[in-house]
Design a binder for this molecule. Structure first.
Ligand SMILES: [Zn+2]
Ligand SMILES: [Zn+2]
Length: 331
């Protein structure tokens, strides 16, 4: 317990930034355009959609055309981002010895990928509505950073605020999804993967995936954010989501009490009611759901498996077959 309070104080200091003052000082000077996905949409229009797909007579700012284009861009972009990031992580970071763990499902990688590929189109439907509102100028995204040092300081501060705001919201949404009256309908699917691979990172029920991504969208309707910073943050959060499923538990010693990494999230997949967080451990500490990761105590999945193998000889792996592996009271 003695380390808990200093960690909470440290993380609360991160939250208590001078953001409100900066907002009032800088926001008034910013030429707000309210668009974000328009950068991507304009590029898609210019390079592919206008010359090769749509008739010349269909204006680029027609709302129906924008919705169709956003659906295409979101689905293709979502697939590319997921498959490329997860594949790089799977090939170069994920410890494949974990695939010999007893709770690793038969054909799990294939199941994770197929599940995600089926979910993304449905997940994209409500997401595109929010992107559409952005493109039509209803968000607080802005174009021009300006030239003053304060404006650049504001961009840096807004990166921190974006991470802290979304971290808080995702914690509570994730916790809500674990409520016993909801869990089995929406979130249980993501917990099929007791020993996740990077491909499990986006393998969510469509509603689950959308709800957990909502804070990223809501932020830009509440707070000003530079649009290229927003796009970069979008890529970052996708990479982060893959990284907490990559089975690489290494974190710099100084960040271990603060950052919610793969070790924490692996315990979440195994033990359910702990470590709901996304980026930091703060809300788990406040909400009483923090659990020091088993991997940090030498009792991680790999150690457990290697110990079992050493005492019994190499396992042939009786892969779990239906994903509802009973482990104590877990299901
Ligand atoms: Zn997960
Ligand atoms: Zn969960």
């Amino acid at each position: 317990m003695s380390t808990v309070i200093p960690v909470i104080v440290f993380e609360l200091q991160l939250y208590a930034n001078p953001y409100p003052v900066l907002v009032s000082l800088v926001y008034l000077q910013l030429p707000a355009s309210g668009e974000g996905m328009d950068v991507v949409l304009r590029y898609a229009d210019k390079s592919v959609l206008t010359p090769y797909v749509y008739p010349d007579t269909w204006p680029e700012d027609d709302p129906i055309r924008q919705v169709i284009s956003l659906l295409l861009v979101t689905n293709i972009g979502g697939y590319l981002l997921y498959l490329s990031t997860a594949t790089i992580s799977y090939l170069f970071i994920f410890d494949k010895r974990l695939m010999d763990h007893q709770q690793f499902l038969e054909n799990q990688v294939k199941l994770e990928i197929l599940y995600t590929l089926k979910s993304v189109p449905l997940m994209s439907l409500p997401t595109v509505l929010l992107f559409f509102l952005e493109v039509r100028g209803h968000s607080k995204l802005y174009d021009d950073v300006g030239t003053s040092k304060l404006s650049w300081l504001f961009v840096l501060t807004s990166v921190a605020t974006f991470i802290l705001f979304t971290d808080m919201c995702i914690y509570w949404i994730h916790r809500f999804l674990h409520h016993r009256s909801i869990y089995k309908y929406i979130h249980k699917d993501h917990h099929r993967w007791k020993v996740p691979t990077p491909y499990a990172s986006h393998a969510f029920h469509p509603l689950d995936g959308f709800l957990q991504s909502c804070p990223y969208h809501i932020y830009v309707f509440l707070f000003p954010l530079h649009k290229y910073t927003y796009l970069a943050l979008f890529v970052f959060v996708n990479i982060w989501t893959v990284s907490i499923h990559d089975g690489d538990y290494r974190v710099p010693q100084i960040l271990k009490p603060v950052v919610n990494g793969s070790a924490h999230h692996t315990d979440h997949h195994l033990f359910y009611s702990y470590n709901y967080g996304q980026f930091f451990t703060l809300w788990d500490r406040i909400g009483g759901s923090f659990r020091n990761p088993s991997a940090f105590e030498g009792k991680g999945l790999l150690e457990e498996m290697l110990k079992a193998q050493a005492s019994k000889g190499p396992q042939t792996n009786g892969h779990a077959s239906n994903g509802i592996v009973k482990n104590g009271k877990m299901e």
